[in-house]
Ligand binder design. Structure first.
Ligand SMILES: [Zn+2]
Length: 378
């Protein structure tokens, strides 16, 4: 991460010390750069969606609480408390990262619990053919209706018996491409008792999915309509990435190789492009309107109980930074001091703050003082 260089300035000495304090490794630099980038993206989202939840995210203070900055001594990660979060997986690059992290851990726990009682995951992606002229809102509605109809049909009960179905977890995902516009798709994890071949599962789903789509006026072709992955046990850790990425850069190798293609963009890639290309901002806003209020992840009824999981957190709860027992308080800021930081005009400043805080209390205090003239009380 680049730290501020202010030459010919009385602060130069301070910043020299700061450099020594922030002796980051390559891995740290990578984490910190990504953090700052996410907060820069958040600024783009605020610019495109004034008045939305994301517009006050990581900015508005919570009445009656002071703003505190914490560090988890085990992971090194820093957190801010006392600041509102929007909790949107769809529009907020900061909240969606936190939610994805939380959901991935939960999926990992779920798969381990499922394994103990004899169930394994089968990953199914469902989508429909679409063109650039189709509106995002209309597509989501049609796809959601088709999925609901498919699951209610008697033919689906037969499918459940054939695969030894115990439950499923479903999430909605979106990319956008020049040629065909919005590409909404469902990622589903089916927990099943039978040992199955991907091709068999694909055939079972394809006939039912195609029928359900035709009822809502959509079509799909055999190649793209249904995709099935049956992960090896070693890859179970990646299942959470598959189902809970919500526009974030994917870390799962397979099915997402196409995401790197320059003609397909995740919502947050569009957001990143929006500064230079206003049309990308327009696409992001249409996506934001269409996904507003949509459920990001759905567990089939009773599945969480079977797997011994506690009550599901809302997106907003999942977006809250959770402090581990090993967290230490680094600094406490007044509302006025917090505002001085966030309205300083430094792009991605909260990300920068969190990056500096990874190096501990001394680095943070020095940074606050040298850059903002802030000396927290304690
Ligand atoms: Zn947010």
């Amino acid at each position: 991460m680049m730290l501020p260089v202010e030459r010919n300035n009385a602060k130069t000495q301070h910043l020299g010390n700061l450099r020594n304090l922030v002796a980051a490794t390559d891995k740290e630099n990578y984490i910190n750069d990504k953090k700052v980038a996410r907060f820069r993206l958040l600024e783009s989202a605020k610019r495109l969606l004034p008045g939305w939840g994301v517009d006050y995210c990581m900015e508005a203070t919570i009445p009656g609480e002071s703003v505190t900055i914490w560090q988890d001594t085990e992971s090194g990660a820093a957190h801010v408390k006392g600041v509102a979060r929007c909790g949107s997986v769809w529009t907020c690059p900061v909240c969606s990262t936190q939610i994805a992290l939380q959901r991935k851990q939960e999926i990992s726990t779920a798969l381990k619990a499922a394994e103990k009682i004899g169930y394994r995951p089968v990953l199914v992606t469902l989508t429909a053919s679409h063109g650039r002229d189709m509106s995002a809102a209309e597509l989501i509605k049609q796809l959601t209706n088709a999925k609901r109809d498919m699951r209610r049909a008697r033919a689906f009960r037969e499918l459940k018996n054939e695969i030894g179905y115990r439950g499923s977890i479903s999430s909605l995902e979106c990319t956008w491409g020049y040629a065909n516009g919005f590409h909404f798709h469902f990622h589903e994890v089916f927990l099943v008792s039978k040992v199955l071949q991907p091709e068999t599962v694909k055939n079972m789903f394809f006939t039912r999915w195609e029928r359900a789509l035709s009822r809502v006026g959509l079509t799909c072709d055999y190649e793209h309509g249904v995709d099935v992955i049956i992960p090896k046990q070693d890859d179970y850790e990646l299942v959470g990435n598959y189902i809970a990425k919500w526009g974030l850069e994917s870390e799962l190798s397979r099915g997402d190789a196409k995401e790197g293609r320059s003609d397909h963009f995740s919502p947050f890639q569009l957001l990143a492009m929006s500064e230079a290309k206003p049309w990308a901002g327009g696409v992001f806003v249409e996506y934001a309107k269409a996904t507003k209020g949509q459920t990001s992840m759905r567990w089939s009824r009773g599945l969480r109980d079977v797997l011994g999981l506690s009550k599901e957190l809302t997106d907003k709860e999942a977006a809250e930074a959770r402090l581990s027992e090993n967290s230490v308080l680094l600094a406490r800021l007044t509302v006025k001091q917090w505002k001085r930081v966030i309205y300083s005009g430094r792009s991605g400043v909260v990300g920068e703050l969190l990056a500096v805080a990874r190096s501990g209390r001394d680095a943070l205090l020095l940074w606050l003082e040298s850059v903002f003239d802030i000396m927290p009380d304690g």
